[in-house]
Every structure is written in structure tokens, then in C-alpha cells.
Design a protein around this ligand. Structure first.
Ligand code: HEM
Length: 233
């Protein structure tokens, strides 16, 4: 009896439960295999972390003076105090989100220290949901409707992808969790486009950048699915 139970458990772990949408749900199936922990398989993480660290080093310090008179952007003259509090909160929460995002996509950490992955993931979800929601009133205060369409879309998509990824893992669906966390990653990393020093392309990239990120992530999802078990992130 005990042997049968163990065998049935092993079989379920091997096959998972296939949902109508094709997702496999089973807490026993791990997204990253132990084979994904070699440094060479995690090497792609270095440029990603380096770029995100550079973004934070360039854009966050002016906000840490907590001085509304010394900001890199103009505040809404009608409600400067409100605009300041909203943007400052957005910057601080987004910084936490970007830092924990780097931990979340690190396969070695996820395989070897799942508890750390879970905690950094919870902090990412809380900070990303709040930072993305804050972009809505910020955009409302700083842009006319047509001009702000792209910013609204990015904020809403960052919020939605993060929420779907969180709900998926609460339901034990690691495949869907991974897919939507990668879309959330695509949105969070759109921050790289507006700060690129290419003046004549800056406006275009603010709009096209999020699409480029989504396409890269889609390509990564297809590539890792072809390889079988999503061996890396
Ligand atoms: C450390 C990281 C970040 C910093 C320093 C930062 C800074 C800012 C600032 C200063 C604003 C106000 C812009 C203005 O009023 O003209 C803003 C708005 C916004 N941020 Fe962030 N942000 C960060 C991360 C993110 C991330 C990861 C996203 C992800 C999508 C994001 C999306 C937005 C959006 C959609 C707006 C509203 C658009 C706008 O007002 O132009 N931010 N951010």
C-alpha cells in the first residue's frame, strides 16, 4: 500500500496535472532543475543585474536627499506636495522591486534557497503592485490623456502581470507563475528605455521599449519551452 502510494506520488510529480489551458499544476514539479545552478547557466544574469544596478545608481540618489527643491523633474504646480509624495513613494518602492526582482530571477537561489526566493518574491509582489499603481495618479497629474496612454498601459500591465503571477503560485501553478513573472520582469525593466542617452530616439523608445521587452521575453519562453523543462529562468 505504502509502495503504491509512493509510486502514485512519483507518477503525479513526473506528469503533473494538465489544465485545459495546457498548464501543468503540481507543487512537486520544480521550474528550475538542479542542472540550472552552474555559474555558466546563470551568467546571463550578470548583464541584467549590471544594467538594473546602473539604472538605480543613476536615477535614485537625487530622491534620497528628500528635498523637493532639488529634484530632477518638475512637479505639478497645482499640487506639488501630492506629486512629490506620489513620485517619491513610487521611486522608493520601485527600487525595492528592482532589487528583489534580481533575486527572483536567479535560478541558483531559487533551487538552493527556496525560502529566500519566496520571501524576496513576496517583497517584489508588494513593492511592484504598489509602485505600478502609483504610476496611474502620477501620469494623471503630469500628462494629458493622449500623451499618457503609453505610461498608463505600462503601469496597468506591470500591475496585472505581477498579480496574475502571484495568484498562479498561490494556486500551485509554477509554470504559469514563471510565465507571468517573466512578463512582469519585461514591464519592470522598461525603466531602462527612458534613461538611455539617445535624445532623438528617447520618445520612440519610451513607447516601443515595452514591446521590445515583451518580445524578448516571448522569445525566451519559446526557446526554454523547446529545450524541455524550462531549465534556466
Ligand atoms: C528605481 C527605479 C525608478 C525610478 C527612479 C523611477 C522614477 C520615476 C519618476 C521620477 C517618475 C515621474 C516622472 C514624471 O513625473 O515626469 C516616474 C513615473 C513613472 N514610472 Fe518610474 N521609476 C522607477 C521604476 C519604474 C519601473 C520599474 C517602472 C515599470 C514600469 C516605472 C514606470 C513608471 C511609469 C509608467 C511612470 C508614469 C509615467 C510618467 O509620468 O512619465 N518606473 N518614475
Amino acid at each position: 500500500m505504502a509502495q503504491e502510494l509512493a509510486r502514485s506520488h512519483r507518477d503525479r510529480a513526473a506528469t503533473g496535472t494538465v489544465e485545459p489551458g495546457g498548464d501543468v499544476t503540481n507543487r512537486d514539479i520544480r521550474i528550475a532543475s538542479p542542472g540550472a545552478t552552474g555559474w555558466w547557466q546563470n551568467a546571463w544574469l550578470l548583464p541584467v543585474v549590471a544594467v538594473l544596478a546602473a539604472v538605480m545608481i543613476i536615477s535614485v540618489p537625487p530622491w534620497l536627499a528628500f528635498d523637493p527643491a532639488a529634484l530632477p523633474i518638475p512637479l505639478d504646480p497645482n499640487v506639488p506636495g501630492l506629486d512629490y509624495v506620489l513620485v517619491l513613494s513610487h521611486v522608493l518602492l520601485a527600487t525595492v522591486a528592482l532589487a528583489t526582482l534580481c533575486l527572483g530571477i536567479w535560478p541558483w537561489l531559487r533551487v538552493r534557497h527556496l525560502a529566500v526566493h519566496r520571501w524576496s518574491g513576496r517583497i517584489y509582489v508588494l513593492s511592484a503592485l504598489s509602485a505600478s499603481l502609483l504610476t496611474l495618479p502620477i501620469t494623471y497629474l503630469n500628462h494629458p490623456l493622449q500623451e499618457g496612454a503609453g505610461a498608463y498601459a505600462v503601469g496597468v500591465f506591470w500591475f496585472t502581470t505581477t498579480l496574475i503571477a502571484y495568484v498562479a503560485i498561490r494556486q500551485g501553478n509554477e509554470i504559469r507563475h514563471r510565465r507571468w513573472m517573466l512578463y512582469s520582469f519585461a514591464m519592470a525593466t522598461t525603466i531602462i528605455w527612458p534613461i538611455l542617452p539617445i535624445p532623438f530616439l528617447a520618445n520612440v523608445l519610451t513607447l516601443v521599449g515595452p514591446l521590445i521587452n515583451l518580445l524578448v521575453i516571448k522569445w525566451w519562453l519559446v526557446r526554454t519551452a523547446r529545450r524541455g523543462a524550462s531549465a534556466t529562468t
